[in-house]
Design a protein around this ligand. Structure first.
Ligand code: ZN
Length: 400
């Protein structure tokens, strides 16, 4: 480690301590995270509570009361869990939070999204020394975001405590941007996980069996892959488009067959489809139905996941939240880019219920390395992010 701890900003030290807690799936150390967050809340001087959604799925909430606690509050959301690592592919131990001489801090979760959790805390610490803000602010730390949030945010929004919080607006995670821009996400694509079943005549592997499952299988796969190619071409043809503006289709699982000399009667294939919010979901399903019909009798589909909410958070200047958000960046002379999030975050459970939510992680000049080997964040970028939140949070919390 190049820089001794004595001359390190305490916010960076807290960030690195948080990164060393192994909240990694499949057995995240949530107890360790709760202990750490308790210590943080006590240190900052914020009341806190832990909501056990179910055994070992805790939500940690720190609250800064506003001047008028009757007004809808602000939710600053982050998740405590991280995705697994392939440690042998990393240049350092992914849970050591090692800092290089140039300030790059390597660790799983450094971008996704322990940085943001600590930045909220450190910004609130600084803001508390100044005047009181109008609205109450809740810092929420969710479990299980990385495994779909079913026992995390999805369960939490049904909880009594969530309802009591009376949320008006939420901030949640975004992505790094390698340029000077900060990316801001106002919506997400709808994940559809689809399983297609093809059935046909079985028989001996030496004959020309008619109406086999395999012929239909090849045709249906080709239809999906042709659509995939068309969407990829659309994306590549337009420089202004990003991944969130098109629909991706990927073949993810195949199943079938009993032995090499038997023609199988059943074959199945899974597709992971992420549908852009501008697509009409009813028409999209009609298209899939039609493909199955065209291929022939005995081709059916089943949804393993079908997300149908397409709510977008307003980015119109007449919207007071967006006005407060965007004017902060104007004032700081920082550039932002609006995008649809290409994957899924906990924000979708909020937007679905009508709560406006923006995805923003203050990481410009940073390669996108979430879920990748050698995930890192530079400490200067991290500290700049705290400064941004010090402007952004009061602007949002003081919306009249
Ligand atoms: Zn994340």
């Amino acid at each position: 480690m190049a820089t001794p701890n004595e001359c390190e900003d305490p916010a960076v030290t807290n960030f690195r301590r948080y990164l060393r807690i192994k909240t990694v799936h499949p057995n995240p150390d949530y107890d360790g995270a709760m202990e750490f967050l308790k210590e943080m809340a006590e240190d900052v001087g914020l009341p806190y509570q832990i909501i056990e959604l179910s055994a070992n799925h805790p939500v940690f909430i720190m609250t800064l009361e506003g001047e008028d606690p009757s007004l809808p509050s602000i939710m600053l959301n982050s998740h405590t869990d991280v995705v697994p690592v392939f440690a042998d592919k990393w240049c350092v131990d992914p849970f050591s939070a090692e800092k290089k001489e140039n300030g790059d801090i390597y660790a799983r979760g450094s971008q996704d999204m322990k940085c943001v959790g600590i930045q909220y805390i450190e910004a609130i610490r600084r803001l508390m020394a100044k005047e009181k803000m109008l609205r109450t602010i809740h810092l929420t730390f969710m479990p299980d975001e990385e495994i779909g949030g079913v026992l995390g945010m999805k369960a939490f929004v049904e909880h009594e405590e969530f309802k009591k919080m009376n949320i008006g607006f939420a901030l949640d995670e975004g992505l790094a941007n390698p340029t000077e821009y900060f990316t801001v996400f106002y919506g997400e694509r709808s994940p559809w996980w689809l399983k297609i079943y093809c059935t046909g005549n079985p028989g001996h592997g030496s004959r020309f069996i008619e109406n086999t499952a395999a012929e239909k299988y090849a045709k249906i796969i080709n239809k999906f892959l042709a659509y995939r190619e068309e969407q990829e071409k659309r994306l590549n043809a337009d420089k202004n488009m990003t991944l969130g503006d098109v629909t991706t289709v990927n073949l993810t699982m195949v199943e079938g067959g009993v032995q090499p000399n038997v023609v199988p009667s059943d074959l199945s294939v899974c597709f992971d489809i992420r549908i852009t919010p501008t697509a009409n979901l009813v028409e999209f399903e009609e298209m899939i139905k039609q493909w199955c019909q065209e291929v022939g009798e005995g081709v059916t589909y089943e949804f393993l996941q079908k997300y149908t909410d397409q709510t977008l958070t307003s980015t119109d200047l007449s919207d007071p939240w967006w006005k407060a958000f965007s004017s902060t960046f104007d004032k700081l002379q920082l550039k932002t880019k609006l995008e649809i999030f290409p994957a899924a975050t906990d924000s979708r459970y909020l937007r679905e219920l009508g709560y406006p939510a923006l995805g923003f992680s203050p990481m410009n000049f940073t390669p996108i390395l979430l879920h990748d080997h050698n995930e890192f964040l530079n400490e200067k970028i991290f500290l700049e992010g705290i400064k941004i939140y010090c402007e952004l949070i009061p602007n949002i919390a003081n919306v009249k």
